[in-house]
Design a protein around this ligand. Sequence first.
Ligand SMILES: Cc1cc2nc3c(=O)[nH]c(=O)nc-3n(C[C@H](O)[C@H](O)[C@H](O)COP(=O)(O)OP(=O)(O)OC[C@H]3O[C@@H](n4cnc5c(N)ncnc54)[C@H](O)[C@@H]3O)c2cc1C
Length: 322
Amino acid sequence: MTRVLIVGGSDAGISAGLRARELAPGVETTLVIADAYPNFSICGIPYHVSGEIPDWRSLAHRSQGDLAAAGLQLLLEHTAQRIDPAARILTVTDRSGSEQALAYDTLIVATGAIPIRPPIVGLDSLGPAEGVHLLHTMDDAFALTDTLTNRPTERALIVGAGYIGMEMADSLTVRGLSVTVVEALPQVLPTVDPELATLVEAELVAHRVEVVTGTTVTEIRQVGRELVVSGAAGFNRTVDLVLVVVGVRPDAALATAAGAAIGVRGALAVDRHMRTTLPDVFAAGDCVHTHHRLLPEPTYLPLGTTAHKQGRVAGGKCSGTP
Ligand SMILES: Cc1cc2nc3c(=O)[nH]c(=O)nc-3n(C[C@H](O)[C@H](O)[C@H](O)COP(=O)(O)OP(=O)(O)OC[C@H]3O[C@@H](n4cnc5c(N)ncnc54)[C@H](O)[C@@H]3O)c2cc1C
């Protein structure tokens, strides 16, 4: 029986596993997942934080029972440590640190991305206990809702006006906080045309969000129970919560340590069938670069919608069907 091993249990990993089983119900499909939240909607986190989706369990696209019924074996809270491509062995550790060697015929790496920590003084020493948050995983979401529930939190400052910054400005405003968004570039949503960004900014202001563009945050200091955020050109605000959401970088280390080639912006290089340069090793999602229909060269596009489709392609190619 063909053994398909998948590292990662989010958009890319799950769609790969489901597609492999859909095309070849006989393949043995095992997912090694570092956390305890397989197939959760990371994209839905802002709507849980806002209170619009009160129960975090509702963010699961499928239950573990659904995934088992689809033929996916889950190794939760197991972390892939290294790939031996010549022997086709993946070494994993469980929560206690004990190692296990898993053999595969094909491997799909879907390890996702890591949130970028910009060079802000204080960011390394302050964390959720002080009201300073990053947002990328379910555990990050739990830490944020814990702060919002258990600390007096009325004023929030969001560093980064990309789409997650915008969603969180909405989320925290719905939750009743007064929100300031600070963006280093001259407009909110820096990837869209200025005309559209102007409309988005007007909508934010209409909802009483303070928007500060063209300003780099340089320092976060804790003063008593408050956080003082300062930046270029005398920028200074005192808040209760700081959320840093300035983008992600690919989590490619597992595959590159085994010799996989790097593509765009540190992401794994894959061909249009999601093959890495390692034999029988595919990759998909935020850890890979993306072949874009409108662009002549690959780009880096860490989005759930992309991860899901790439996972389907990888899973299809691994299923052993032509
Ligand atoms: C707040 C927020 C809102 C978002 N909203 C949207 C949106 O509206 N639309 C959109 O398209 N995208 C959105 N995104 C982006 C989207 O969530 C990601 O692009 C998508 O989750 C990427 O999926 P992935 O499977 O590649 O990686 P991830 O979701 O990062 O998952 C990586 C998986 O790999 C596992 N893993 C990592 N390393 C190891 C290891 N060594 N061993 C075992 N397991 C490992 C992790 O536990 C996890 O299961 C949002 C992201 C955030 C944070």
